[in-house]
Ligand binder design. Sequence first.
Ligand code: CTP
Length: 433
Amino acid sequence: MKIVSSEMKNVLPKTHLNILNVATDLSNQMDTDLYLVGGCVRDIMMGLNNSNFDIDLTGSNVDKTFATRLADKLGGTVKNSSVFGTHKLSVPVGIKDNLEIDLAKCRSETYKNPGELPDVKPGDLFQDLGRRDFSIAAMCIVLQSPSNQDWKSGQLIDPHSGYRDVVNKELRVLHNESFADDPTRMFRLIRYSCRLGFDIEESTKNIFESSLNYVTAVSGDRIRSELEKIFDEEDVALILYNCVKLGLLPAFLTKFDCNHLMELKSISHLHRDDQDSVEFWLGILAMNAGKSQIEYLSKILSLSSKQNDVINDLASLNEQIKQNESFLLSDDLRQSDIYKFLLKYRLTSIRVCAETTPNKAIKALLEIYLNSLINTNIELSGEDLISLGISKGPEIGKLLNDLLYAKLDGHLKSADQETQFVKDYISVHKDIN
Ligand code: CTP
């Protein structure tokens, strides 16, 4: 029997331990068993001290009433409940942060056809652990033992030798049909292998290879959702590299050329640094795509209109850069020219292009725009122009732009110089009138 209470104390933040105590008290009152399960247990057993722990709890009687009562006790809310009888709670921790707690009744799952969602039935704890993808996700820690078992609080229940695999740093499926049942698990396999630095165990590798063809049975929505999870990881480039190397992305995107993703691994700075990381990485995926490839990608992944806009915008930026290369690389190109050329494109497209263009001079231009030009502001406002004598109307906008261009080109260094620029403009235009 392995008791892991001290591992829990070492790894989990105090806030989380308090939440577990409250949940355990509630399960005691409501006469249900309760277990910490899934990724949270894996991380505890790995000694991973990270503050982003979500909590997954399961028990044979963890239902809506349990979820509502727990949310009340913790001052949180039940954010949503699914058809599978799972409940997502959002609970305040600290002043600004919220923690997500996933609650579920122990269940069993059966899969009729590859790629389809499972039939879900209430089950016991062992069925609940046995329905999971990898051995390291199929462990749980007892918080409240059922009355018919002699389990201690803090006891690790590990029927699939997940702890051994944690120690050996291996990812292992629980049975041969795991990827056929749910081909999205193949994306999870690569994601966890890169995140945790785990090897893929030999027979799991063989099952993966012989299951690749099942991936086409999965809906575009579900594959996009797996890609979005990948885009949220620390080292996206490495995961995408492996998704191509192991043949998974090509098996799904049969008419799309993914080979450029093999080059990403060597670009070590290609880590997440973009607020719009999903769109950024979709852009990376589509960075070389022409019109028909973009249409294919959009359709097969059921992209949202925002996601579509980004990859179309990127394609048009790439095209315009190609067509205007000699202008962009000419000696007399001004900063304001760069600004005017790029202003109509999304920042995400420009970032993707800056990260991936093989042309160093173009990359430098894009970086000047991103790091300096877009942060340039003039001192005078529209109101200032009116008080200097410019009439309300479109002339104000035009003059504000002219001021900005002059500043970008280094002609204006202070508010006084901007005022002088406006006065000169007025006197020239008076003379003309
Ligand atoms: N799961 C599965 N097959 C899937 C998705 C999920 O078997 N296609 C199981 C996993 O075993 C996991 C549980 O469902 O234990 C919850 O999945 P998820 O929330 O995605 O992952 P976590 O285990 O919470 O891990 P992490 O948040 O660290 O990714």
